[in-house]
Design a protein around this ligand. Structure first.
Ligand SMILES: *[C@@H]1O[C@H](CO)[C@@H](O)[C@H](O)[C@H]1NC(C)=O
Ligand SMILES: *[C@@H]1O[C@H](CO)[C@@H](O)[C@H](O)[C@H]1NC(C)=O
Ligand SMILES: *[C@@H]1O[C@H](CO)[C@@H](O)[C@H](O)[C@H]1NC(C)=O
Ligand SMILES: *[C@@H]1O[C@H](CO)[C@@H](O)[C@H](O)[C@H]1NC(C)=O
Length: 349
């Protein structure tokens, strides 16, 4: 009897082992094009995430989807790996305008191009971002002078002329208005022009609990409004001389839940983050989240497939001799390759 039970168990074990399940199931890799609505949905979610997590500088708009890969995820769902091409807009990160309403900087205005690798998971039809890895590059002065020989050159954000101009402009603005006293959060962009000498600056500000008059007497007591009332703004200014300044500021309505803690905490008073010293723009590089190459939360099947350039379909010669040690590929027309990169929404950089 004991022998029989043991034998039965053994048979069961063997048959279990022979059953194709778990890792032996072939995983289906879906192929979708860069301009597929599903790719666009993934890209839009990634873009919102990037803009919400980019603590400095300006918001970015999508220019094109460069690559997309959809991979099965165990036990459920799919992983989307995308490469996105972005362009800097004129909306500073404190500007509450939705990204669709933000204007992309024109080519004459020193385009900043962002490159992002993003990874999302799609579960039950909805996407969430796992990681983003971006960097951005500023158009070169040579490129600008080719299309516009007298366009002013961008200045370093820590240039003393620039810092001085921002200081003068904000003082001028605070003096001439009867709203709340504004403090500098960060300098976004600056251009220095010669003959006549004009320093043009863009900077983000925060509203304090003082009036301009209060501030004259005791500026050190002027504090930011409490979190549930926090208000931000953005200014454009052109400084010709100390006595010839044009400055305009827009103060945005309070956005519930939006505190820009990073900016108010670390950069109040225009303290430049060290990563910006010596640069002319706020690089997207400083807003990584998660790791694009982190596969701990995903399957091993996905780990082996990286982002590769879309390669042309390799024609398989009919009747080619196959290496007998290599399992034969599945019969059929071979894998379809996604149509990528996708359409360009603004302009080719
Ligand atoms: C954004 O643009 C859309 C379409 O042009 C417009 O209907 C909407 O009012 C704009 N939103 C804001 C906040 O300006
Ligand atoms: C602003 O807030 C600070 C800290 O709460 C307070 O000491 C100061 O008196 C306030 N200033 C004004 C003008 O209300
Ligand atoms: C300020 O500078 C601009 C540009 O140089 C000039 O056109 C304007 O007349 C100046 N205004 C005053 C009040 O000096
Ligand atoms: C700006 O920062 C760079 C890098 O730290 C430094 O080399 C340069 O001297 C700074 N420029 C000014 C005007 O402070």
């Amino acid at each position: 009897m004991k022998v029989l039970v043991a034998l039965l168990l053994l048979v069961q074990l063997l048959s279990c082992k022979a059953l194709p399940h778990g890792p032996f199931h072939p995983l289906h890799t879906r192929v979708i094009d860069c301009d597929d609505p599903e790719s666009e949905e993934a890209a839009a979610i990634a873009l919102n995430y990037i803009n919400a997590h980019h603590p400095h500088g300006y918001k970015y708009a999508l220019n094109s989807i460069e690559k997309i890969k959809v991979l099965p995820r165990r036990p459920f769902g799919e992983i989307f790996v995308l490469e996105l091409d972005l362009l800097e807009t004129v909306c500073h990160v404190v500007n509450p305008l939705p990204i669709e309403n933000c204007t992309v900087r024109p080519p004459t205005d020193y385009v900043v191009e962002g490159d992002c690798d993003v990874k999302l998971v799609k579960l039950e039809g909805s996407f969430s971002v796992l990681s983003t890895k971006c960097h951005s590059t500023l158009d070169s002065a040579e490129d600008i002078t080719q299309i516009c020989s007298d366009c002013p050159i961008l200045a370093l954000l820590n240039d003393s002329q620039v810092i001085n101009a921002v200081d003068l402009a904000l003082t001028e603005y605070n003096r001439g208005q009867d709203g709340a006293y504004l403090k500098l959060l960060e300098i976004g962009r600056a251009q220095v022009q010669h003959f006549p000498d004009i320093v043009s600056v863009e900077f983000a500000v925060v509203v304090t609990n003082c009036s301009a008059k209060d501030a004259q007497d005791h500026v050190d007591d002027c504090q930011l409004l409490p979190k549930d009332l926090a208000q931000f703004g953005f200014c454009n200014a052109a400084v010709f001389t100390k006595n010839n300044i044009t400055v305009s500021c827009t103060i945005y309505d309070h956005q519930p839940g939006v505190t820009h803690h990073h900016l108010t905490h670390d950069h109040l008073g225009g303290q430049l983050p060290t990563v910006v010293q010596g640069f002319k723009h706020h690089d997207l590089r400083h807003s990584h989240h998660g790791s694009v190459h982190d596969t701990s939360e995903s399957s091993s099947a996905e780990a082996s497939v990286g982002l590769k350039p879309a390669i042309p379909v390799v024609k398989r010669a009919v009747g080619a001799v196959q290496d007998p040690t290599v399992p034969s590929p599945p019969v059929g027309p071979g894998p379809r390759h996604p149509v990528c990169p996708g359409k360009i929404r603004h302009f080719q950089v």
